[in-house]
Design a protein around this ligand. Structure first.
Ligand code: FES
Length: 332
């Protein structure tokens, strides 16, 4: 049986959200419903045969025939966002992957059992967070949303967040000191993330999507306190990842009994594949977790952008992660 991996879509709506962020809506060319997604999901967008970029789906939850993504132009990036901003027009054909969710609210849709949820977005990290907020608001769940941005002009979806049905649960944190006169949405000073996490009542689950400093700050809290109710997704650091081992090491395969050497400059994933080990992979950037593999011994040097501290104690992403020491044992 052949399984569907890719979907062909076409751009059906383009909207400038901020000077750097444009929102695109994608639909099936014949108007069919698209494969469903849960809040927090992302898709790979294929720009050509060899180039894919990951974008969170920010809705719309009410339209099963649409995928909405928000693309922030990064002129110093690898060129993907520039290609989209400059090349996509209404009718552009865009192949995308099936939605994958590495940032979900528990098993399935909202199965984390939380009494209350805190959603935290930094910059373009609002994209999965707004999908979560819409779903939570629609189901009557208790939540609050904190959105850190440089200024009101750079806050994507500001109108929806300020004037939408859950605006009373949104607090904006502008780092340029803007005190935010206007309707809807509360304004506070700079976001104090450790303080917010420390004040969370028992039973609260917190979902954070933002840039590396924000995620590092939250991960430090999670590791220091051993909490597993803090869920993280990082964006924007893909360009800083340089996959490939800095020192050689050996991967022992517990189930098949073999060993694979990883040379300097090689990724664990490449070494395993060259040795004939079948291992799934998609983003090659530590984002999608499709290569996520259980390890049984050894100390990974994690370079993924999405796994929780609890996940990192059990799993490694061979596409980008390395090893501290001479060996690691994988459950392969
Ligand atoms: S292939 Fe995506 S995380 Fe490894």
């Amino acid at each position: 049986m052949k399984l569907i991996h890719h979907v062909t879509t076409t751009v059906v709506d383009i909207r400038r959200e901020t000077p750097r962020i444009t929102v695109y809506e994608l639909a099936d060319p014949d108007g069919w419903d698209l494969p469903p997604f849960t809040p927090g999901s992302h898709i790979d967008v294929f720009l050509d045969d060899r180039t894919a970029r990951q974008y969170s789906l920010c809705g719309p939850g009410s339209r099963p025939d649409r995928y909405r993504i928000a693309v922030q132009r990064e002129d110093a990036g690898r060129g993907g966002s520039r290609a989209i901003h400059e090349g996509w027009t209404l009718g552009t054909i865009v192949p995308v992957s099936l939605p994958r969710n590495t940032f979900h609210m528990g098993d399935g849709h909202m199965g984390d059992g939380a009494a209350h949820r805190i959603l935290v977005a930094g910059g373009i990290g609002i994209t999965p967070i707004i999908a979560m907020a819409e779903a939570l608001a629609g189901s009557g769940a208790r939540f609050e949303l904190h959105y850190a941005a440089r200024s009101p002009e750079e806050a994507a979806f500001r109108d929806a967040l300020e004037n939408g049905p859950f605006s009373d649960r949104v607090t904006f944190h502008y780092s340029n000191g803007h005190d935010g006169k206007g309707n809807g949405g509360k304004r506070a000073g700079r976001l104090d993330l450790p303080g917010l996490l420390a004040a969370a009542a028992p039973g609260t689950h917190t979902y954070i999507c933002g840039p590396k400093p924000m995620i590092d700050e939250a991960r430090d809290v999670a590791e220091a306190t051993g909490r597993d109710d803090i869920h993280l997704e990082q964006f924007g650091a893909h360009a800083t990842i340089t996959p490939g081992a800095e020192t050689a090491y050996v991967v022992d395969l517990a189930r098949s009994g073999g060993s694979v050497e990883v040379a300097v400059g090689q990724t664990m994933l490449d070494a395993l594949r060259q040795a004939g080990v079948e291992i799934e992979a998609s983003c090659h950037a530590g984002v999608c977790t499709s290569c996520k593999t259980r390890y049984l011994a050894g100390s990974p040097l994690h370079k993924d952008l999405v796994m929780s501290p609890a996940d990192r104690r059990e799993f490694v992403t061979p596409c980008v992660s390395e090893v501290m020491g001479a060996r690691i044992v994988l459950d392969l």
